[in-house]
Ligand binder design. Structure first.
Ligand SMILES: [Zn+2]
Length: 133
């Protein structure tokens, strides 16, 4: 299963993602584009491939998989995408509660549980302390 449809433009170094099969994103310099979602993958320009599958290492997945912010009540249009590793603990918990209530069959739900487990390991080993706020 494709988790992330992303490329990095080698002209401007911007990383761009397409989040739906009908989406298309251009980098800011215009040299590279990325389109499609989990089923369709299209791109063009001068790019480094960053497509990511559920079989990739979780360390890579958490740096690339993105969740859109939909405001505090999850009811606003997505304005910003945040990679899994940068989602704070409170938001991570809220996502799990929300998805369990509203979208139990979300195929990506397990990733948020994986992230919690991963952070426990990092904290046990004192690698991260800064995501608690
Ligand atoms: Zn570019």
């Amino acid at each position: 299963m494709i988790l992330v449809n992303k490329v990095k433009c080698l002209d401007c170094n911007e990383v761009i993602a397409s989040h739906s099969n009908y989406g298309k994103t251009n980098c800011s310099c215009g040299a590279t584009w990325c389109a499609g979602g989990a089923d369709i993958v299209l791109r063009g320009g001068n790019y480094e491939e960053m497509i990511t599958y559920d079989t990739d290492d979780f360390e890579i997945i958490r740096e690339r998989f993105e969740r859109g912010t939909k405001g505090k009540n999850f009811d606003e249009p997505v304005t910003r995408w945040v990679v899994l590793k940068d989602i704070n603990d409170e938001w991570l918990d809220a996502i799990i509660v929300y998805e369990n209530q509203m979208n139990r069959k979300n195929p990506y739900l397990y990733l948020f549980h994986e992230e919690i487990k991963y952070r426990k390991i990092l904290r046990r080993d004192n690698i991260i302390t800064d995501l608690l706020e």
